[in-house]
Design a protein around this ligand. Structure first.
Ligand code: CA2
Length: 141
């Protein structure tokens, strides 16, 4: 099974800034553990601060992988173009958030992406990615 994780803007700062909101661990360290604990799954990782690059990756992985775990960061709340890309591809996409967006500012309560995703996982810290991975494995069985 092949799963692609895509992280959007500012998520390269995980473990470096705002640990009280996003945790103290870098994503690369977390990813290493996720891969070790799921040896049967090929887990790709891509991060970009650029909307078009995220769209290119969704288009690429969306036809050749078994699922995408997407944390579009702030674009979650603004990007019609990322929504269109998710809708266009065949692989299921799980929307993920590290923080509980519904417990934060009102502008984070609405996602343009949720309606075209298989499901949404938010608020479990970086463990949200593991839960999304389990959801995609379960959906394929
Ligand atoms: O909770 C999430 O995963 C978010 O997608 C994170 C986005 C935010 O705009 C969404 O509303 C919810 C922000 C990503 C910023 O990531 C940082 C990580 C560490 C330090 C600073 C920013």
């Amino acid at each position: 099974m092949k799963i692609q994780i895509i992280n959007g803007p500012n998520l390269n700062l995980l473990g470096v800034r705002e640990p009280e909101v996003y945790g103290g661990q870098s994503f690369v360290d977390y990813l290493e553990r996720l891969r070790v604990n799921n040896p049967g799954i090929e887990i790709g990782y891509f991060q970009s601060n650029v909307e078009g690059e995220i769209i290119n990756k969704i288009q690429e992985a969306g036809f050749e992988s078994d699922g995408i775990i997407l944390n579009a960061g702030g674009y979650t709340h603004t990007s019609v173009a990322i929504r269109d890309a998710i809708k266009a591809v065949t692989a299921p996409v799980v929307e993920v958030h590290i923080s509980n967006v519904h417990a934060r500012e009102e502008f984070r309560h609405h996602s343009l992406l949720s309606a075209v995703c298989l499901g949404v996982i938010a608020g479990f810290g970086t463990d949200s990615y593991r839960l999304a991975l389990n959801a995609l494995v379960g959906a394929k069985e």
